[in-house]
Design a protein around this ligand. Sequence first.
Ligand SMILES: Nc1ncnc2c1ncn2[C@@H]1O[C@H](COP(=O)(O)OP(=O)(O)OP(=O)(O)O)[C@@H](O)[C@H]1O
Ligand SMILES: [Mg+2]
Length: 269
Amino acid sequence: MAKGHRTMTRLRGENLTLAYDERTVASTLDVSVPDGSFTVIVGPNACGKSTLLKALARMLKPTEGTVYLDGAAIASYRSKEVARRLGLLPQTSISPNGITVGELVARGRYPHQKLFRQWSPEDEAVVAESMRKTGVDDLTDRLVDELSGGQRQRVWLAMVLAQQTSILLLDEPTTFLDIAHQHEVLDLCADLHEDGAHTLVAVLHDLNQACRYATHLIVMKPGEGIAAEGDPVRIMTAELVEDAFGLPCRVVDDPETGTPLIVPLKRQR
Ligand SMILES: Nc1ncnc2c1ncn2[C@@H]1O[C@H](COP(=O)(O)OP(=O)(O)OP(=O)(O)O)[C@@H](O)[C@H]1O
Ligand SMILES: [Mg+2]
């Protein structure tokens, strides 16, 4: 995206330095999430993908720079206001002990509760719909602690959907899922993106899925922040994969979609 358009996007970070105490993960990082996009972030382990997502969701305060949401510094909002606009699915989530699936998903409605308006039929309907979309509606009364990794991942996603935010930040939403469920979740994201009312940002490890689904791809590289960004068809090359991941590969057309398909070179003996 051209620099001049940066100020127009709902969610962006300017000149960010992201650090944990003494460890700096990224500096002078500019990131802009195109409105209405399905933005996918890829990059090697520990390059700072989750850290960036946390900063964009105000879960981590940048040491320098500012994250802007709808034209104002995200730090200036009340937390319920951020939660009504932006939902985050963290890479790892810890559920409260003894909570059921239905109770956990219902917590997604918290930002919408007001002092004198408690639980409503609308809340109930949104929770049911979110559980149906993620295929966890038959798990309502099960304890979250007792679910499989993939079931649990879909329950957390249902909770974020129940929040009904127009911006969704999803950190590895396909982890623990079998290939069919991975595509189901990505299709769900694509549907949300296509309805025009949502902006999605997802961290994925599967480059081929990233190229299939992303309308805007951000490739991160350790110590460098963003190595490339744009339309995956335009930016994904063997050189980029080798540069960011150190993996020699070929890039061919996905026979199903025509998007880039990354094929690692065979092992040299
Ligand atoms: N809470 C923390 N305290 C200190 N250092 C952290 C913390 N979380 C992450 N880091 C460090 O920050 C760097 C970036 O971590 P981050 O979790 O953002 O990586 P990532 O790109 O999401 O990796 P992965 O693909 O493994 O999820 C790593 O070196 C990591 O060790
Ligand atoms: Mg991560």
